[in-house]
Ligand binder design. Structure first.
Ligand code: GLN
Ligand code: ZN
Length: 773
């Protein structure tokens, strides 16, 4: 059943230099399940801000990061494990790509107590948004409960495919966990290393007994800025495991950024390891490290094919890199690899019916990346497929010269922004005064974040309009009715600043992308965000511009239905960027500036249409933060600048709101202040008011701020007392004249039966406190 070359190679326990390899195997699950589960997934995942797995302890799913982290909870917590199947997918890769090492994606660990905590978004990093963070305490006991890694290895083997099981490495497992509440100060999760290693030994022994010849440990934390004690933990962990490795080939990989020189030294100095894998796409410094020294006799898994994006590899460039590496590590020790697991990219271009042939020729999804890896490996072994390479070169050239990619006017305008500053002329407190004169809001003004419940009926209307089954007139009528219903409801609830409810939007990024030039959309390009949540990121392939107004029609219609202020509702440039597949032929900031200029036009058009309050959501600003601290300042600088560009030229009396999801902003609070929004609504309710501690510690915040007063991710209805209590806690650290009262995030995932009483109680709490102030 198995491709001969690969089968015999793996069975003999060795890897030839011609072998290509894939990091992780989760994409395979997506491929396999894409047909069977697509409908189900569409139903569950079509809304980007679905946010969290509902219901708290639903189990474990996680593992969205690099195919390495799938940890399971104890007893009965393993609800979604059945979804991850490496075996059958291996068959797919064989069919598409030919020879290569296939890695199954599995895991293992459980601790006796962790809480479910996961959020979502589509750009994946070592950001807790994308995996379930185990919460550990000094008393945590580990046991080997899920034998998934072994079961899947055997399952694939039974199909004739010898896979490389992938386990999260012990040090990364602990470093990416967090101390349980209350244990933060007194304990480091790394102190549990001795307790966790015996579980690893058990898994390794069982895999070995099942016939595994290679095991991969993912240690992505190696790319972080680690202090020397943390680096020492790698040495300790792997020397402890070394005896279990006998008779096995062990591969340790890192990804998503360059490996710092110290970490490289530690990693390549580990004993008992047969090979090391690096991401050679994100960051280029690792390449220099390898060139300046690589342990002899070890395999180098060179991640030259980008696992995080959808662009076709420039095969000529990669082949040059590989040739140079071969000279360093030796002919039989170089393995061509993807830069990380393929779970971060879309599955197969073959499924794409919406993309035209030109754009398709520029792309490579997971199935195509397998072919690229294989083609590179064969070329290295002297079996270059000339036709494949020249088709690739032609596609690269066509992308570079296509008029669809370049818009000189946009390029010039974006280039002019660099190095300069853009901010509103008047300072925020003077602006707030001017706005208050116009808006005349009570203290503790109430508002919501934007969306109202997305009913089945609404989804049907949007779908039928898209499919041209209903006319534009019918569509507008249906959406108008919905807006009117939402406006009336908010008036009845006595909310101060209203929203139109976003009924015309399926997704806060896609809605804008579809109206901007430079964006393309896939029909089936689903990417797992976390657990069973998937998103379908747009592809930004060209210079971005806005041919016409995108939201003015709906916002002015909504404003005409009420005398209260109606918020115009936009997605900010950084969030559009971070939740898309971004072009790799120019720096990210360049693309972000282009989007900022498009959104700026929209902001100005909304203002001209009489919209006095405009919210520019930057839900994903935090998660775009680079992994290395040394790169934070640069990112924050252009990201915050991009946001300011969108509203730098509007009147003082126009109030700019922004909204951010996900807590843990304490380390970037100064950048948030520097966004210079008039009001920020920010997630707060599930982080035990962690946000407030910044202000408690003396950070001055002069703009309006609405830390969410209740958690919209849960169906639970908060009582008036509970909300009042929360607001009181906020009032202890924030001035009453800047505090807003609002939920944590949009209401689209809730039902009206939950939204009505929750908002009733929210308004009642605000009114009660107004009397007391
Ligand atoms: N305005 C958006 C909404 O309410 C914001 C969503 C988000 O922050 N993820 O749905
Ligand atoms: Zn939000």
């Amino acid at each position: 059943m198995v491709d001969d070359a690969r089968g015999s190679d793996l069975q003999s326990g060795g890897l030839r230099s011609v072998l290509g390899t894939l990091r992780g195997g989760a994409w395979i699950w997506r491929e396999m399940s894409s047909r069977v589960r697509l409908e189900e997934r569409r139903r569950r995942c079509s809304e980007r801000s679905l946010g969290r797995v509902e219901g708290g302890a639903r189990g474990l799913v996680g593992g969205a990061c690099g195919g390495w982290a799938r940890w399971t909870g104890l007893g009965g917590f393993v609800s979604d494990l059945g979804e991850i199947r490496s075996g059958g997918g291996a068959g797919h890769a064989r069919q598409k790509g030919g020879g290569g090492v296939l890695r199954s994606c599995s895991v293992l660990l459980c601790s006796n107590n962790f809480r479910l905590f996961c959020t979502q978004a589509c750009v994946l990093d070592l950001h807790p948004s994308h995996f379930i963070v185990p919460e550990l305490s000094p008393d945590t006991a580990f046991s080997y409960s899920s034998h998934k890694a072994v079961t899947e290895y055997k399952e694939a083997k039974a199909l004739g495919v010898d896979t490389v099981p992938v386990l999260i490495g012990p040090v990364s497992y602990l470093l990416l966990s967090k101390p349980e509440k209350g244990a933060e100060k007194c304990f480091s999760t790394l102190s549990l290393l001795d307790k966790v290693l015996p579980v690893y030994k058990e898994v390794i022994a069982e895999l070995k007994a099942a016939g595994a010849s290679w095991i991969q440990f993912d240690e992505p934390t190696l790319v972080l800025d680690l202090e020397s004690d943390k680096l020492q933990a790698f040495t300790k962990a792997y020397s402890e495991l070394e005896s279990s490795f006998s008779g096995l080939n062990v591969l340790v990989v890192s990804y998503f950024a360059d490996v710092p020189a110290e970490a490289y030294k530690t990693l390549t100095g580990l004993n008992g390891i047969s090979g090391f894998g690096f991401d050679l796409v994100r960051g280029t410094k690792t390449l220099d490290l390898v060139k300046s020294g690589f342990p002899s006799g070890k395999y180098l898994f060179a991640g030259v094919v980008d696992g995080r994006n959808i662009w076709a590899n420039d095969l000529t460039v990669s082949l040059d890199t590989l040739n140079a590496l071969e000279a360093v590590v030796g002919k039989d020790k170089l393995v061509v690899s993807t830069s990380c697991s393929l779970m971060h990219t879309a599955v197969d271009l073959v499924n794409e019916t919406k993309l035209d042939d030109e754009i398709k020729s520029w792309l490579a999804f997971a199935a195509q990346k397998v072919v690229e890896v294989n083609a590179l490996a064969k070329a290295l072994a002297g079996q270059k497929d000339e036709a494949f390479f020249s088709a690739n070169a032609a596609a690269q050239a066509s992308r570079k010269s296509s008029p669809r990619v370049t818009n000189e006017e946009v390029q010039k305008a974006a280039a002019a922004l660099r190095g300069s500053d853009h901010r509103r002329a008047t300072n925020v407190s003077a602006r707030l005064d001017a706005q208050q004169k116009k808006l005349n809001l009570p203290i503790l003004p109430t508002t919501t974040i934007g969306s109202f419940p997305q009913t089945i009926e609404l989804r049907r209307v949007r779908r039928e309009y898209k499919a041209k089954k209903i006319s534009e007139e019918e569509y507008v009528k249906a959406i108008k009715e919905e807006i009117s219903k939402v406006v009336k409801l908010q008036e009845e609830l006595d909310i101060d600043v209203l929203v139109h409810g976003e009924p015309e939007r399926n997704d806060m990024v896609e809605y804008f992308g579809e109206q901007l030039s430079g964006f393309a959309f896939t029909a089936n390009g689903w990417v797992q965000s976390y657990g069973s949540r998937c998103v379908k990121p747009p592809i930004i392939y060209g210079d971005v511009s806005r041919p016409k107004a995108m939201t003015v029609f709906w916002s002015s219609m909504a404003q005409s239905m009420t005398s209260r202020p109606m918020k115009g509702m936009l997605t900010g440039p950084v969030t559009i960027l971070n939740w898309s597949f971004v072009r790799n032929d120019q720096p990210r900031f360049e693309t972000c500036y282009q989007i900022a200029l498009a959104i700026k036009k929209e902001v100005e058009d909304l203002e001209a249409a009489g919209i006095n309050v405009i919210q520019i959501d930057e839900a994903a600003l935090r998660e775009g933060l680079p992994l290395r601290k040394s790169e934070h300042a640069f990112y924050l600088d252009w990201a915050v600048h991009s946001f300011r560009i969108t509203n730098c030229e509007i009147k003082d009396t126009t109030q700019i709101h922004t909204h951010m999801c996900y807590s843990n902003f304490n380390d970037i609070i100064h950048s948030i202040i520097d966004m210079d929004a008039d009001v920020i609504t920010i997630e707060n309710s599930r982080s035990d008011e962690k946000l407030l501690s910044v202000f408690r510690e003396g950070v001055k915040y002069g703009a309006g701020i609405g830390p969410g007063v209740y958690d919209i991710h849960s169906p639970r209805i908060p009582s008036t007392e509970e909300i009042a209590d929360r607001i009181n806690k906020m009032l202890a650290v924030l001035e009453s004249n800047i505090l807003w009262v609002n939920p944590d995030c949009g209401l689209k995932t809730r039902k009206y039966a939950e939204v009505n009483p929750a908002l009733t109680n929210m308004v009642a709490a605000a009114k009660q406190l107004r009397k007391e102030l």
